[in-house]
Design a protein around this ligand. Structure first.
Ligand code: NAD
Ligand code: DAU
Length: 348
């Protein structure tokens, strides 16, 4: 058995990655390392918690005292590093949480990796990162692997710092690494603070839908399974020490996405006039205007293609939320209500 870690494996993308690796790679034993913050949920892993090749460890990645013994015990070959504070709006409210997990947490993992690595060339530190490290585009251009880092939110700055640390450890100590930067993911199990699940849940509850500013900001959307398939492929065949951009070439203004969700929701449920729920609200401070990704050519050469067309993916996602009301209730209890009030209380 080859042991691998998935940090943040109880989160949105991480839980899909854990499931995908268990399904497709029978030689892997997966160790999910996750602190179970508000965003991490064992409900996301309920179907694989008892899987014989999956073990769950509730650990804060910044807690070296806990990370180090687990490393000695499991000797992982690949660290899929996804654990993070991931929501931009929360990074504006409490930046230090982002410094703790995204910077100190990543540095802690790298330190432990450095101590235990022993020069093996078949080890991999896989840093899952974001296109937000490149800042904001103004015209019709795309981010490429050559784009300079220009992070502009506390979240983006913390992810950029983490990427730099990974490269520095690779360069200085020789730890084999790979970084991939991806755009906006959507799909089942996404925490309903993010735009698409937030809109779907508000449609379900017939609540006003908050669109920041004028709704013209552009995000580049990709289905979470297309992202996860790219990560798994790159871990196996991607070049070490390289950066890959993952994207489905699907940049769209927020308002277009919100209106499309309203139309699909009405078609699927027989509701009417959902667009009337849209409200333009106070903008996000420092709101980046446009993200758009030119996916790495080498990713296509390896045979990866995005497989989920946007409309179809949105339909499946709406259907998933409609049929997982218990999941929604569980993740939106307590802390979510407090956050929602803080974030949106004076916006409507
Ligand atoms: P998420 O917020 O859904 O999940 C994050 C997970 O990390 C949770 O399970 C949480 O419990 C865990 N976690 C947080 N702090 C931790 C700590 N200190 N120790 C251990 N675990 C901790 O995030 P996501 O959307 O699944 O994103 C996963 C990764 O992918 C992040 O690194 C994010 O920056 C990156 N990413 C996300 C997107 C996106 O659109 N969601 C796009 C590109 C890159
Ligand atoms: O680009 C990749 C990034 O995408 C990831 O690295 C982040 O982890 C992920 O959270 C996401 O960041 P965004 O800020 O782009 O995602 P979010 O869903 O919060 O917002 C998408 C767009 O919608 C953004 O322009 C802000 C806008 N928005 C968001 C919310 C929550 C609204 O108009 N209204 C809202 O209520």
């Amino acid at each position: 058995m080859i042991r691998v870690w998935v940090t943040g494996g109880a989160g949105f993308i991480g839980s899909h990655l854990v499931r995908y690796l268990l399904e497709t790679q029978p030689s892997l034993e997966i160790h999910t390392v996750d602190a179970l913050t508000y965003a991490g949920n064992l409900h996301n892993l309920s179907d694989v918690l008892d899987h014989p090749r999956h073990k769950f460890h509730r650990i804060d990645i910044a807690d070296r005292e806990s990370i180090e013994p687990l490393w000695s015990q499991t000797k992982p070959k690949v660290i899929f590093h996804l654990a993070a504070e991931s929501h931009v709006d929360r990074s504006i409210l409490s930046p230090l949480d982002f410094v703790h997990t995204n910077i100190v947490g990543t540095a802690t993992l790298l330190e432990v990796a450095r101590r235990h690595w022993n020069g093996c060339s078949d080890v991999l530190f896989y840093q899952v990162s974001t296109d937000e490290v490149y800042g904001s585009l103004e015209g019709e251009e795309y981010f490429t692997e050559q784009s300079p880092y220009h992070p502009r939110s506390p979240y983006a700055a913390s992810k950029a710092a983490a990427d730099h640390l990974v490269r520095a450890y690779g360069h200085t100590y020789g730890i084999p690494y790979l970084i991939s930067n991806c755009g906006n993911n959507y799909g089942p199990y996404q925490f309903p603070e993010k735009l698409i699940p937030l809109v779907i849940t508000h449609l379900m509850e017939r609540k006003p839908i908050p669109v920041y500013g004028n709704g013209l900001n552009v995000r580049d959307w990709i289905h979470v399974l297309d992202h996860v398939r790219a990560i798994a492929l790159l871990a196996e065949r991607g070049k070490r020490g390289r950066t890959y951009l993952i994207g489905a070439k699907n940049p769209r203004p927020n308002l277009e996405v919100v209106k499309l969700l309203c139309t699909l929701y009405d078609e699927m449920t027989g509701s009417r006039g959902s667009e009337a729920l849209i409200r333009f609200v106070k903008d996000r401070p420092g709101h980046d205007f446009r993200y758009a990704i030119q996916p790495s050519t080498h990713l296509f050469e390896l045979g990866w293609r995005p497989q989920v067309p946007f409309e179809e993916g949105l339909r499946q996602t709406i259907q998933w939320y409609l049929t997982h009301k218990e999941w929604l209730e569980a993740v939106r209890s307590g802390e979510y209500q407090r956050y929602y009030q803080l974030q949106y209380g004076d916006r409507f």
